[in-house]
Design a protein around this ligand. Structure first.
Ligand SMILES: [Zn+2]
Length: 491
């Protein structure tokens, strides 16, 4: 009898020690918010092997327990549009709540090289589109200088491509999708020589490969021909003709004063069954390369701005005509802030139900560090034009659903649910806010207390953890290994 009691005690002890180690990490007592299920309640979250295993009102035990009383626990933010992919940018993104930051607007010039360079060295998850802009430059014999994603304005951007050249561009893009590209990335304004037919050819390729097109559209402004409205018509038309999914980047900075009209066009296309999505960032200035084709003659009339609205990020210098000419004609890749928008417009665009939040982040512009916290501070807490749930939907579920067009891995992102990837942000809704300004663009946001990437804590008590690199590549479902097989055939 004694033996049996002893045995039962041992069983009970080992069961309770198993329970004690049931999870690698538990986030306890936070306000858990998930946009897909509508959950907004105090829950405990149990994480094991990089996945969310339990979301429960019951107590959970883990090797580590984060106490999240009074804090919001949400899926980590997904930034579909992030150019700064260096570690300094990743650190400020992490402190802004971002667990996945993708280079999808235009894409890295060489997908394999991009993925290799980041393998095992990334704080947060990453991935890239296959770049039409870079493929075109290559085919025109003017490959992009390393470290840049945009060409200097010249024959490779301004001339039309022959049928043979268009086919060569498509060949290059197929190879880039084989290498793991998540989409076809187009910056049509940066390749004004691309005809409508060339654009349709790229959409057709995307449709064949089952990946979306992400595009910076052909033009800004109201002057016809060549208005922003025409630019939206062009890409919605190409999506309708080919069946490709379309994601229009930064609708605010392309459509400017016609942003609400452009959003109505996206809404109309969706109502007719087309798969068209869009995004915006919460700032009145854009930023781009001053020697790019965006500043080909006529830009002042098109954008309705002048030389003085262009500002150098490093010095705050407002350009003059002479200074602009000098920089525009230079081969150096000097960036310039473009003050073309108004606060009233940005305030209308951000809360629009079709607009997801994406930063277009790049060093030199505060959007790199502050985009997500800024939306939570300004639109949820101060202006109250967004609920917390709607803001989180724009930063998690909506971009994850766009990502699902490229890879089934997207289905495990952007959700705080059992079975989802353990990419989680824990923040203080009462204090979260951006600190980056045009003068100090790399100031980190405040209010993100913890950030978990694939189950690993990368922001711990508001500090970035040193020496951990849990970021993993997101690659297109069409990635082929070197033997030519489809990805996933072996695993
Ligand atoms: Zn852009």
């Amino acid at each position: 009898m004694r033996r049996i009691i002893l045995y039962l005690l041992l069983v009970a002890a080992s069961a309770s020690s198993m329970a004690a180690q049931q999870f690698d990490l538990v986030i306890e007592g936070g306000r858990v918010v998930d946009a897909e299920t509508g959950l907004d309640a105090v829950r405990n979250v149990g994480i094991r092997d990089g996945r969310i295993i339990r979301v429960s009102p019951e107590a959970l035990s883990g090797s580590r327990v984060i106490h999240a009383d009074g804090l919001v626990v949400a899926p980590g933010f997904i930034d579909l549009h992030q150019h700064g992919q260096d570690i300094a940018s990743q650190r400020v993104k992490a402190l802004d709540g971002v667990t996945t930051a993708l280079e999808l607007e235009i894409g890295a010039p060489d997908v394999a090289q991009f993925l290799k360079a980041k393998d095992g060295r990334s704080l947060i998850h990453y991935g890239t589109a296959a770049s039409h802009v870079a493929a075109r430059a290559l085919v025109f014999g003017a490959p992009l200088p390393s470290g840049t994603i945009l060409p200097k304005s010249g024959p490779a951007t301004d001339q039309t491509a022959s049928a043979e050249q268009i086919e060569a561009i498509r060949r290059r893009l197929r190879g880039e999708l084989d290498a793991g590209g998540l989409a076809v990335g187009m910056g049509i304004q940066y390749t004004p020589g691309a005809t409508r037919l060339e654009v349709i050819g790229m959409f057709r390729l995307a449709a064949e490969r089952g990946v979306p097109v992400y595009t910076h559209m052909r033009s800004n402004g109201r002057i016809e021909p060549g208005s922003a409205i025409e630019a939206v018509s062009e890409v919605i038309g190409a999506a309708a003709i080919t069946g490709a999914s379309l994601h229009i980047v930064h609708i605010n900075s392309t459509c400017v004063h016609d942003s609400m009209e452009c959003l109505a066009m996206v809404e109309g296309a969706r109502a007719r069954g087309l798969d068209v999505t869009t995004e915006a960032y919460p700032y009145i200035a854009g930023m781009t390369q001053v020697n790019s084709a965006l500043f080909n003659p006529g830009w002042r009339e098109k954008l309705g701005i002048d030389y003085g609205d262009l500002v150098l990020p490093d010095t705050g210098e407002h350009l003059t005509r002479q200074r602009f000419e000098e920089l525009h004609n230079s081969s150096g890749s000097q960036m310039v802030l473009v003050f073309a928008n108004t606060q009233e417009l940005v305030d209308q665009v951000i809360p629009h139900p079709l607009v997801m939040i994406a930063s277009d982040g790049i060093e030199g512009h505060p959007r790199n560090a502050g985009t997500f916290s800024r939306v939570l501070e300004q639109y949820v807490r101060e202006k109250r034009t967004l609920t917390l749930m709607d803001a989180i939907r724009k930063m998690t579920l909506m971009p994850a659903q766009v990502l699902e067009r490229s890879t089934p891995d997207g289905r495990r992102k952007g959700r705080l649910q059992e079975g989802a990837d353990a990419d989680i942000v824990v923040f203080d809704a009462a204090t979260i806010g951006d600190r980056a300004t045009f003068q100090k663009p790399m100031e980190a946001s405040v209010g993100v207390r913890y950030l978990v990437v694939g189950g690993t804590v990368v922001v711990d008590n508001a500090e970035v953890v040193e020496g951990v690199f849990p970021g993993r590549a997101l690659v297109g479902a069409g990635k082929r290994d070197s033997a030519g097989g489809e990805r996933g055939s072996k695993d």
